[in-house]
Ligand binder design. Structure first.
Ligand code: FAD
Length: 409
């Protein structure tokens, strides 16, 4: 059988795959997306950051997302015992979008994939990528359909957007352990039944467990009276508890002060899921005729909801660089893709480490922050972690000094 030829093959139709494929299609390339599952399918990662809006707009998908009436989001709130602080993303250092959405990912990811398909990208659902070799200066890919049949396609360039599938890191031996600690998460969707007037539905709520500072919860409201709720904890905390994951989740929530009050009438009516050891890294984000996007490259931690933002930033940067390469301009993938992407990843990583070693928690719950510093931190939490004008992006270690100042509260 004749091998089909494409300019670019994208592995995975999540946010990174949908946006990168649309951007390359706009530049006139013939793009194929191979997706193992059928959409809509469940995915975790429901709280977007305003920076995402820039890329949705670039990919011509923002109108469709806005029409879907997702939950409006304008900030992040943090709670610990009786303390409650929040960042309003509209009050930030970096210009650009200050609001975004909290989305059911089954629906959101389907919208992005449908929009990319409408623009002309070829999507094949229920097809999994199983091998990737070099052949005649191009990539020869093997795809397996659900019925077990296999076929091959040839591509000038491959983008791996397979998320935790981590297809190319596994096939090409690129896996590298993350330096972040191992944690586990239990989560579900609920009918939240929150009527308390002081609950702000326009913000994600992050709650620190009153006894264990490394244990925290997210509450991400949706626009239909439902919400995503989850806990993140060191594995040993969960191993020492009795009961099913759902019982552990509810037990921990019942100990969590304000969060327990908000969820007093919640109905736990959906499947409870667990995910562990999700932080991961790779030895390189690019190689001969391929690059890694989003979670297929590095994944940090859920605390700042940075995953989809990093995925979309990587999609946009990689699309530009692939365009240069296929136009014969010989881009330098190290400086033009990897190092550029890592500017924001490094910023978020410092903040993630600062969350678990308490520096960031000191900053959040401090009353000492000037408005100027609050706006710089708000910018990063809104996803503008690549803005080199922001002193906390120029040198993320400034967080340590800020925490020391805040300690003297
Ligand atoms: P994905 O969205 O995972 O898409 C990858 C796709 O590739 C999948 O559809 C999969 O089926 C497909 N695939 C896999 N293998 C193959 C194969 N062999 N062949 C073909 N297709 C394949 N991020 C946020 O922005 N906000 C949050 O609030 C947030 N919360 C999180 C909470 C937890 C507990 C965790 C673990 C993560 C969270 N994240 C969050 C991160 C977020 O889930 C990811 O960063 C984001 O989904 C990455 O998008 P992606 O496009 O890289 O991959």
């Amino acid at each position: 059988k004749q091998v089909e030829m494409f300019d670019i093959v994208v592995i995975g139709a999540g946010p990174a795959g949908a946006v990168s494929s649309a951007l390359l299609n706009k530049k006139g390339y013939r793009v194929l997306v191979i997706e193992k599952q059928h959409f809509p399918r469940f995915s975790i990662g429901e709280s977007l950051l305003p920076q995402c809006m820039t890329y949705l707009e670039q990919a011509g998908m923002l109108d469709a997302v806005e029409k879907a009436t997702f939950q409006y989001k304008n900030g992040a709130a943090f709670c610990r015992g009786n303390e409650y602080e929040y960042f309003d993303f509209r009050e930030k250092f970096t210009p650009g979008w200050g609001t975004t959405f909290q989305v059911q990912r089954d629906c959101f990811d389907k919208i992005l994939a449908d929009e990319s398909a409408k623009q002309g990208v070829d999507f094949r659902f229920g097809h999994a990528l199983t091998a990737c070799e070099m052949n005649d200066q191009q990539r020869l890919l093997t795809v397996e359909t659900e019925s077990g049949a296999t076929y091959q396609v040839q591509a000038k360039f491959v983008l791996d957007a397979s998320g935790f599938g981590r297809v190319l890191p596994k096939l090409l031996n690129l896996e590298k352990p993350s330096t972040l600690g191992t944690r586990k998460s239990i989560f579900t969707h609920i009918k939240d039944n929150i009527t308390l007037p002081h609950y702000d539905r326009n913000k994600i709520l992050i709650t620190v467990h009153p006894q264990y500072s490394e244990v925290w919860f997210w509450l991400i409201p949706f626009s239909n009276g439902r919400a995503s709720v989850g806990v993140v904890a060191p594995p040993e905390v969960l191993e020492n508890m009795q009961g099913s994951p759902g019982e552990c989740l509810q037990q921990l929530i019942s100990q969590a002060g304000m969060l327990a009050d908000f969820l007093a009438n919640a109905e736990y009516d959906s499947e409870v899921r667990t995910l562990g050891s999700y932080s991961c890294d790779v030895t390189s984000l690019y190689g001969e005729n391929y690059a890694l996007l989003g979670n297929a490259g590095e994944f940090l931690d859920p605390i700042f909801s940075s995953g989809v933002t990093i995925a979309l930033t990587s999609a946009s940067l990689a699309a530009e660089t692939v365009h240069k390469q296929l136009s014969g301009l010989q881009p330098d993938w190290e400086t033009e893709y990897s190092q550029k992407l890592k500017v924001g990843v490094k910023t978020f990583k410092e903040f993630v480490e600062g969350w678990y070693d308490q520096r960031f928690q000191k900053v959040v719950f401090s009353k000492q922050k000037s408005d100027n510093i609050t706006r710089m931190i708000s910018s990063i939490l809104a996803g503008y972690a690549w803005d080199s004008e922001n002193p906390y992006v120029q040198n993320p270690r400034r967080l340590t000094t800020l925490a020391q100042i805040c300690q003297n509260d």
